[in-house]
Ligand binder design. Structure first.
Ligand code: F6P
Length: 368
């Protein structure tokens, strides 16, 4: 009897999920047509509630360029999911037990999980319970420990860069300061890359808390030097120096009380008073996660998918397939789970950006 593989996509979607599943499936079917693939719908909920689809070889054709995920996904964290109660039971199994039961009752040989940070914690729990797990690193945030690159990141950076590119002409026409808010959750990878690629004048990322007065000073200094506009790329998770000192709960309270919906608008409310130029905000939001994967992500996901399939064939389970120093490798799930990959303060791109005059908001600038 051939292999029986389960697959699920979990967490926020991104470009490259379909092409990664295609990579796994094509390699497996190429090895032996007698492979059965079960696609669980809407992430771990599908595994827990036995909501799945029998996939066929045709399901994996024509999806290389399609964004999103053909299986559906969910960002609900494991912690906030309820224990399932099936109609014939008084006391239902725990979430983990239900997932394990599904795996066992379907007699799966392996479960392939495509997910980001939160999803990898659950993947590791399942692996520790003895399930054969292989995972793939998806997220536009590039914040997964153990891989130099996650898929979705490059596609999203391309979109964020196009947003900054597009803003240049209107900023120039009107002589305005524009704040472009870029996704990335708690880390600044996307903003750092798109900010450099788009020629932003100021880059603000969570890893480097900023002083709003100094940002205003940088914008004004440019205006006085007859630069007609300034572009500030700010990560959605960026914090001021003051906010960075706050406890998590105090910061949360501040955000909840603020009528301003995001960091860009909070910074704009300060710059409005201090900047000598008009200030405008652009928040591309989920647009950054949408659309077709870039050529880079199609190549990356195909390579990762093929390696994942080879690991299944070699029975090398309990690993995430990632890319380290240009090589596709398997990293033990326990090394990945629960760890965040932030931008190191001494990262060469931060240093290079500073050397080209990009301001990170951390140095004290005199307000003019
Ligand atoms: O993790 C991907 C991501 O797009 C983050 O950049 C962002 O903070 C978050 O997901 C948005 O999540 P949601 O889709 O739940 O609004």
């Amino acid at each position: 009897m051939g292999l029986k593989i389960g697959m699920l996509t979990s967490g926020g979607d991104c470009q490259g999920l379909n092409s990664a599943m295609r990579g796994v499936a094509k390699r497996l079917y190429e090895h032996d047509k007698d492979v059965e693939i079960i696609g669980f719908l809407d992430g771990y909920a599908g595994l827990m509630f036995r909501n799945f689809r029998q996939m066929s070889i045709d399901d994996f054709s024509g999806i290389l360029t399609i964004g999103g995920t053909i299986l559906g996904t969910s960002r609900q964290s494991f912690k906030t999911m309820h224990d399932p109660l099936f109609s014939n039971q008084k006391d239902g199994p725990t979430k983990l037990e239900a997932m394990i039961q599904t795996y066992e009752e379907l007699h799966l040989d392996c479960l392939v999980i495509l997910g980001g940070n939160g999803s990898h914690k659950t993947a590791n729990l399942l692996s520790e319970k003895g399930l054969n797990i292989i995972s793939l690193p998806k997220t536009i945030d590039n914040d997964l420990w153990g891989t130099d690159m996650t898929f979705g990141f490059q596609s999203a950076v391309n979109i964020a860069t196009e947003v900054i590119d597009g803003i240049h002409s209107t900023a120039l026409s009107h002589g305005r300061a524009f704040i472009v808010e870029i996704m990335g959750h708690k880390v600044g990878w996307m903003t750092l890359h798109a900010g450099i690629a788009g020629g932003a004048d100021v880059i603000l990322i969570p890893e480097i808390p900023y002083d709003p007065m100094s940002v205003a000073a940088a914008v004004n200094r440019r205006a006085r030097e007859h630069k007609r506009f300034s572009i500030i790329a700010i990560a959605e998770g960026a914090k001021t120096k003051e906010e960075a000192k706050m406890s998590k709960s105090d910061y949360q309270e501040k955000i909840e009380k603020s009528p301003l919906t995001s960091v860009a608008y909070r910074l704009a409310s300060v710059l409005d008073k201090l900047s000598i130029q008009e200030v405008r905000c652009v928040v591309p939001g989920h647009f950054q996660r949408g659309g077709t994967p870039s050529a880079y992500d199609r190549v990356l996901t195909t390579a990762l998918g093929v390696e994942a399939a080879d690991m299944i064939l070699d029975k090398k389970f309990g690993r995430m397939v990632g890319i380290v120093n240009g090589k596709v490798v398997g990293i033990p799930l326990k090394e990945v789970a629960g760890k965040l990959k932030s931008v190191p303060l001494d990262h060469y791109l931060v240093a290079d950006a500073r050397k080209t005059g990009i301001f990170f908001g951390d140095e004290q600038l005199d307000y003019v």
